[in-house]
Design a protein around this ligand. Sequence first.
Ligand code: HEM
Length: 449
Amino acid sequence: MLNGKVYIVTSPTLVSAVNRSSKVLAFNPFIAQLGKRITGHDETTSRIVQHNLNGENGSGYVIEVHDAIVTALAPGKNLEKMTEAMLWEASAYLDKLKDQEVDLFGWTQQMVTMCSTRAIYGPKNPFNSDPNLTTAFWFVAASCNGDYCCSDFIRRQFDRDLNLLLLDLAPQILAPKGNRARLTLAGAFQQYFENFVPGRTPCSAMAQARYTTNTHHGITSLNQGRLEVGTLLGILANTIPTLFYMLVRIYSDPILVQDIRAELETTSVSTPDPSEPTTRYLRILSMRENCSLLHSTFQELLRLHARGASARFIREDIMLDGQYLLKKGMVVQMPMAVMHSDSTIWGADATEFQPRRFLNKHNLVAYRPFGGGASLCPGRHFVTLETLALAACMVLRYDMASVDGEPLHIPTQKQESLATNVFPPEHDVRVRFKERENCKNVTWSFTMS
Ligand code: HEM
């Protein structure tokens, strides 16, 4: 399937036509094929995944798990609970940043991996009990991108192993390290699901929904563990570079830092108890609407840094928009980088970072960091809330500068991979955090309002 002819679609009109034809131009075959190559689940599971993959004959596993995840991650109580849990976990990491020097990407990687997985899988989250799992996960993820947390030797091994894992030819022989890392992760999640008690194991609605749908379709805990490796990629692999670029983009522009702080102070920070003026609260849920500059900065960084491609498999010959014949068995790709840098859509400054760009209205069909149509990313609400909240907390509390005293520079991104959209930086940036004078002795908390 991945070897045939590829049609490249970049015009907003044709992208809309692709979105409208999701039965014929289907996303699920990619979930099935790429998913198998990434997670290495067995043949029986493959058959369950393939059954009614595109709703040919009623519903099937992929359709049901998709619907369950969309419901679990939709705006509402479940999303709020998950975001709140993530932010409580993150508070401890943020408190420790006082006058700290860190490698920013490495720190973001560790913090988001631990806090997101704890929010999603609950206190029995396998990452909690085995710190080596973070390395194992980044071993698999970096197989898609290259890596940071390990030596150059391992990084080269990662790059090599990804291509081999995706080829799916005797991975235990050809890609032993990548294969071992994913087996370690899968084993830990197998145990998690073996001990899972529906309705009793404390976790997010998303983890609950996955367990219930998997079990209902007869997927063994061994293969539930394997499938979860793919889910972890969805949860973490784009989120971490997104928060990293959000921070370097903001902190590299002193005027932007100042304006975002002013916006947050007037719209989202409160001191409800006059007897405790040093306890300040950040209002999380309304931030997207109330902090338009912060939100615009987030949208703009995804416009420039989300550089993957949405792909659709052509199930039947189709005349796209009544003009272009697309042949059955081939693939349509919609590369974000091309649409996101088109000057006829975004203007002459299309390749520049303009954090205020989204304060004005824009053509949102050409804006596709989260894909579009029936497969639009269900995690977009979660990642928006967490990124805005974490960036807001950090900008309010800390100054951040490069340790070498030079202006903070924005590292270029690694080259593309099939499995992710926001590629990580080529190299890390060493920074120092300094608590702001007016924040000394302040206790920060937040409310889900
Ligand atoms: C900045 C972070 C993220 C980006 C840029 C991103 C981007 C995407 C894209 C481009 C797709 C494919 C959509 C298409 O081609 O139409 C997708 C699918 C998906 N994403 Fe995300 N994502 C992010 C974060 C998340 C998070 C945090 C979660 C879960 C908590 C998540 C869960 C999913 C799932 C489950 C799918 C598959 C949807 C389906 O089955 O139709 N994503 N994401």
